[in-house]
Design a protein. Structure first.
Length: 462
């Protein structure tokens, strides 16, 4: 479809994480990591094919051993055990190679040819075993096994091997028909009577060509089905990779929301939520960053975020964005619930405790200790996508977001590692939160940037 973007085409914002596969589904256009994932699926399928082939040959061998023989006991040529033994050996070798590494295309092609050659060779030998004219083997129902071999190649999700298998079978059967015609020049045994064909060793060329047409038709239908299924496989692998990428850039809940959306995410669509906002940052980080080499700054941020983000996630929060050393997280937004305030304060307590433990570890290692501060608020917020058609991001907007940022700055005035509003603290308790100790309300505090005084609660002193 012409309106579907190619995976390697650069996109902005959320859209670059939600690619679709073009109608031709050429894997050469896909990122290498997605191609690798597809090949891994194919490698797994190749091992499955090997096990099925092994099961088939064991089943055939068992049936042959148990079934009473209908050929004369004086027959000196019995090819079935040799053919089954050869096929068993080749199948085991191929299965071992499949587990040792990826099978090369030439080996897969050779496998297709050997599969069909052994089967058709076995059928051809029947007229020798049963001491009949060559036309005898054309009546063998063993030809039906051709369709099993063709269907096995479909497990790899590559139409070319299905087509190759079908073509080898069709061409091979054509040669076998030709052999019957020329094997006895004076007695070609060709008939035009369907009854004679069914009741003797005579051959009806139309019936034999019907077999070839059936082989080719089944092959083409399977190849078409595989081609369509492969497109779905590529889409599924690409979508899975895209969702994993989204989870690295967005909270898992946001990533799931984006990928599960029935319609494309658009800017300007928002939802109201009663939620909690948590802000976290490092005290004095800007001054520290000016003294450190760039790599050390990024390494410090990475360590800090690796400590804090899992705590937020563990308490049901979603990271909305990173702003330098600042982290803005939401509770009850992507996944609405009735414990958002309690979850936010539990997360704040855990973040503050982790910050104090980190500071002690740095002090013990002879490094400058860092102080982590956290502030939480609750209220009605707007949640949705903002941006334009090429660059989107989910965000939260509302007084609770602004107040959380202002409380974060105000925590220095209160000599606190964490602040929340009295209303948020009371709501969290009503939702099941248990404070670790008594926390008196500091009433009517003047917070810079807030028009009216705010009743606050100190979560932890500096």
């Amino acid at each position: 479809m012409a309106d579907e973007p190619v995976l390697t085409r650069p996109r902005g914002g959320l859209r670059r994480f939600l690619p679709t596969v073009p109608s031709r589904a050429e894997t050469a256009l896909l990122p290498q990591r997605i191609n690798d994932a597809i090949r891994k699926q194919q490698d797994d399928s190749e091992r499955l094919i090997g096990w099925i082939q092994l099961l088939v040959v064991i089943t055939f061998g068992t049936l042959y051993a148990l079934t009473p023989k209908t050929f004369a006991s004086a027959a000196t040529f019995a090819p079935v055990p040799y053919a089954l033994a050869a096929y068993f050996g080749f199948t085991v070798l191929r299965l071992v190679l499949a587990y040792r590494g990826r099978l090369a295309d030439w080996l897969l092609s050779l496998s297709v040819v050997i599969d069909m050659t052994l089967l058709l060779g076995l059928i051809w030998s029947f007229h020798l075993q049963y001491q009949q004219p060559p036309s005898f083997y054309l009546k063998a129902p063993t030809l039906l096994y051709v369709f099993i071999f063709i269907a096995l190649r479909a497990l790899r999700f590559e139409a070319r091997f299905v087509i190759m298998s079908g073509l080898v079978a069709a061409v091979g059967w054509g040669f076998m028909i030709g052999y019957v015609v020329v094997a006895e020049p004076g007695n070609p045994m060709i008939t035009r009577s369907y009854v004679t064909y069914l009741t003797s060793n005579s051959i009806l060329l139309g019936a034999e060509f019907d077999k070839i047409i059936s082989i080719v038709t089944v092959t083409l239908i399977l190849a078409l089905a595989i081609w369509r299924a492969r497109r779905l496989l590529v889409r599924a692998v690409a979508a899975g990779a895209a969702q994993r990428d989204l989870a690295r850039f967005f909270a898992p809940e946001i990533a799931a929301r984006i990928t599960a959306a029935e319609q494309q995410v658009k800017a300007g669509e928002g939802e109201l939520r009663d939620a909690a906002i948590l802000t976290v940052d490092i005290r004095g980080f800007t001054r520290l960053a000016q003294r450190l080499p760039p790599n050390d700054v990024i390494a410090l941020l990475a360590e800090y975020q690796a400590r804090i983000v899992p705590i937020i996630a563990r308490h049901g929060g979603s990271v909305d964005k990173f702003l330098g050393d600042g982290i803005l997280a939401t509770f009850g937004v992507a996944l609405p619930g009735d414990s958002y305030a309690a979850d936010a304060l539990r997360a704040a307590d855990a973040v503050i405790a982790e910050g104090m433990a980190w500071a002690e570890q740095r002090r013990a290692a002879g490094q400058e200790p860092l102080a982590i501060a956290a502030s939480a608020t609750t209220g009605r917020i707007v949640f949705g996508a903002v941006g334009d058609a090429e660059r989107l991001e989910y965000t939260v907007i509302g007084d609770a977001v602004n107040l959380a940022a202002k409380l974060d700055k105000h925590s220095k005035v209160e000599h606190a590692r964490g602040l929340t509003t009295a209303a948020t603290h009371a709501l969290a308790i009503a939702q099941g939160y248990t404070p670790p100790h008594e926390r008196p309300v500091r009433a009517a505090r003047a917070v810079e940037g807030v028009a009216t005084p705010v009743d606050i609660v100190v979560l932890a002193e500096s």
